[in-house]
Design a protein around this ligand. Structure first.
Ligand code: NAG
Ligand code: NAG
Ligand code: NAG
Ligand code: NAG
Ligand code: NAG
Ligand code: NAG
Length: 575
């Protein structure tokens, strides 16, 4: 516990720049458990769950397992889906369509909604341009007979790459706590398929080497266009164009692992011009050996506090992982990167593991974890070691958010927090005969910084481009309140990521070069698709640590993937 808690007794103390205080409000019920959550627009978020008896019903009365969350009215509407969407990954592609890939094998349980096997699923959504989520583009498109993955993937990761398509990694054939050689998909594929590689996959030595803790590999595209993958206690830099592993990074120190079921979190920190040097954090998880058996594992096994970062340059890798510590152990936490570049860490537990009940003592509670972590942690990316991690100004939610919880940034600039369901069925507080822990959670909360809660002056974007070519200039009309004008001005270009299982695939923040003249802010788009992959983005203007509402922009030409190289090459130091 930090000794700084007394600050809450002094409400009139102005906290240092960026040291916002935050608070929760609870608004609405999600109708399904949005364990996959994707912000689509200022008014809409896309939610995916699994088929079981959710309160949200399709027009024919069948329970829904997908839906739209209306951020303006705090209500849910159902979406019809064919395949079982559970435990998928995904992202936006260069033409603005959202693609979810993989999922769960068939749940043949009458009354749970008649999904088909989702493990090879490909689900296209949008662009949906109406504010209320009706009309063209606002439905999930699936055609399992003709549009499907090459391999069956439960727990894969997908990230958008420089050509605007998705690079899809790993997974397994069936539900499991640990991945295993006979069910693992230790390989990669693309959506859309690469020319010449249709119907084939690329074998992955890295994924093979990181069994049994390689599901949902924490992966990001570096400013070189290469892919960083972290799984178990290992990391690799992979070159997509030559299909080679360029290097393995030093192992995570002190026996710590962050791969499923030791779910730690990883986040690419903001990329800043001119060099866009990438630094990654990898935190929490567990220091248990990956040879531990389910019988030996306990819901009370304390997670790791270790929080390490590494800069993916030659010098950074030579220096290795720099070790820091969270104020409390964390498993299944997730990271929401904020427009200021700081990272809000929330949800999850202090002890246990991810997954459906399977560890030695999970019987009594029906879960694999205990001791919910209901207070968040702020990670201040740019501060020196020892000053980055704080819980000052960070509230505690009354709601435990365990396995299958979610959180995402919204256009308003606050964080939508939803879901939690460690049970393989819906368990409500008033229908829990065996008194299992952590009932299925439909309550939605919003976590807001004080400047939103108090309606304090913020930068206001009144006009912005809907599309920006790489390396091109655009102009934004912005009002910066006088009270913030003396502080640092930042322009953040963001992908909020595909949120599931404590992992925000594809989340990215690139700070843009800019000049302000009166109310005209001239911004320069990222130089090329390695820095920010072509596709949809959000722009926020941040003055003295206070961000505007976000506006959407299409980066690049908006065409179908794969896109040819756009923009200009720049000198970078990224590996
Ligand atoms: C759902 O079940 C009904 C009745 O068995 C069937 O007609 C329909 O095709 C099924 N729908 C899907 C999406 O499988
Ligand atoms: C995977 O790893 C195992 C054990 O190290 C090894 O025997 C096997 O050859 C590897 N397979 C591939 C495809 O690399
Ligand atoms: C990483 O994991 C492997 C396999 O379990 C283990 O042998 C190795 O000691 C670990 N590395 C570190 C630095 O703990
Ligand atoms: C239900 O479990 C909780 C602990 O999770 C315990 O405090 C409570 O007494 C239990 N209630 C019943 C009726 O067993
Ligand atoms: C883009 O704007 C910057 C100022 O932000 C300016 O230095 C640069 O010359 C502009 N580039 C073009 C091509 O207009
Ligand atoms: C976007 O591209 C994908 C892949 O080529 C395609 O299937 C989809 O129809 C495209 N979306 C739109 C809106 O054209």
């Amino acid at each position: 516990m930090r000794s700084t808690k007394f600050l809450s007794l002094l409400p009139f103390v102005r906290l240092a720049m960026g040291q916002n205080t935050w608070s929760f409000v609870q608004q609405g019920n999600s109708g399904i458990i949005p364990l996959e959550l994707i912000t689509l627009s200022p008014t809409l978020a896309l939610m995916y769950d699994r088929p079981y008896v959710n309160p949200l019903k399709l027009p024919d009365g069948e329970p829904a397992w997908a839906g739209l969350w209306h951020l303006d009215t705090n209500t849910a509407t159902p979406l019809r889906t064919i395949t079982n969407t559970f435990c998928a990954s995904g992202g936006f592609i260069s033409n603005g369509t959202h693609v979810a890939v993989g999922g769960q094998p068939l749940d043949a349980i009458p009354g749970w909604g008649n999904a088909t096997d989702g493990t090879m699923g490909i689900r296209l959504f949008g662009p949906c341009t109406s504010a209320d989520g009706t009309g063209p583009g606002c439905t999930v498109f699936e055609d399992p007979a003709t549009l499907h993955l090459v391999r069956t993937r439960w727990y894969p990761t997908a990230v958008r790459i420089a050509d605007g398509s998705l690079f899809i990694m790993g997974g397994s054939d069936i539900l499991t706590t640990f991945n295993a050689p006979d069910i693992a998909q230790n390989n990669y594929e693309f959506f859309p398929p690469r020319a010449g590689e249709e119907g084939t996959v690329r074998d992955s030595k890295f994924l093979n080497d990181t069994l049994p803790a390689n599901l949902f590999p924490r992966s990001m595209m570096l400013p070189s266009g290469h892919i960083l993958m972290i799984a178990n206690n290992q990391s690799v830099i992979y070159d997509i164009d030559t299909n080679t592993e360029l290097m393995r990074l030093p192992e995570l120190p002190n026996g710590v692992r962050i791969g499923v079921p030791f779910d730690g979190f990883a986040q690419l920190l903001p990329l800043s011009p001119p060099l866009y040097e990438p630094t990654v954090i990898a935190c929490g998880g567990s220091n248990k050996p990956d040879t531990i058996t389910l019988e030996e594992m306990s819901v009370n096994d304390v997670a790791s506090t270790q929080c390490q970062r590494i800069t993916l340059t030659a010098a950074g890798v030579a220096a290795g992982w720099e070790i820091d510590h969270l104020p409390e152990p964390r498993v299944m936490a997730e990271t929401v990167i904020l427009p200021s570049g700081d990272v809000y860490i929330l949800n999850g537990a202090h002890t246990g593991y991810s997954g459906y009940p399977s560890v030695g003592d999970s019987g009594a509670t029906g879960t694999n974890a205990a001791n919910p972590a209901q207070q968040g942690i702020m990670y201040k990316s740019t501060l020196p070691l020892g000053q980055r991690i704080t819980q000052v100004g960070i509230p505690t939610s009354p709601i435990p958010r365990m396995y299958h919880s979610a959180a995402t940034l919204t256009a308003k600039g606050n964080i939508m927090v939803a879901a939690s369901n460690p049970h393989p069925f819906v368990l409500t507080a008033d229908n829990n005969p065996n008194n299992l822990s952590f009932p299925s959670e439909y309550r939605v909360e919003y976590l807001s910084p004080d400047f939103i809660t108090n309606n304090s002056p913020r930068p206001v974007i009144s006009k912005s481009p809907s599309q920006l070519a790489f390396n091109a200039n655009g102009t934004i009309t912005v009002t910066i309140p006088a009270s913030l004008a003396a502080g640092e001005l930042q322009v953040s270009l963001m992908d909020m990521g595909f949120v599931t299982h404590g992992w925000h695939a594809g989340s990215r923040l690139v700070f843009l070069e800019h000049t302000l003249s009166g109310s005209t802010l001239t911004i320069t788009a990222p130089p090329n698709g390695n820095i920010y992959p072509p596709g949809p983005a959000w722009i926020y203007v941040v003055a003295d640590g206070v961000w505007s509402e976000g506006v959407q922009v299409m980066i690049g030409d908006g065409g179908n993937p794969p896109r040819p190289a756009q923009g200009v090459p720049v000198t970078i130091t990224s590996l």
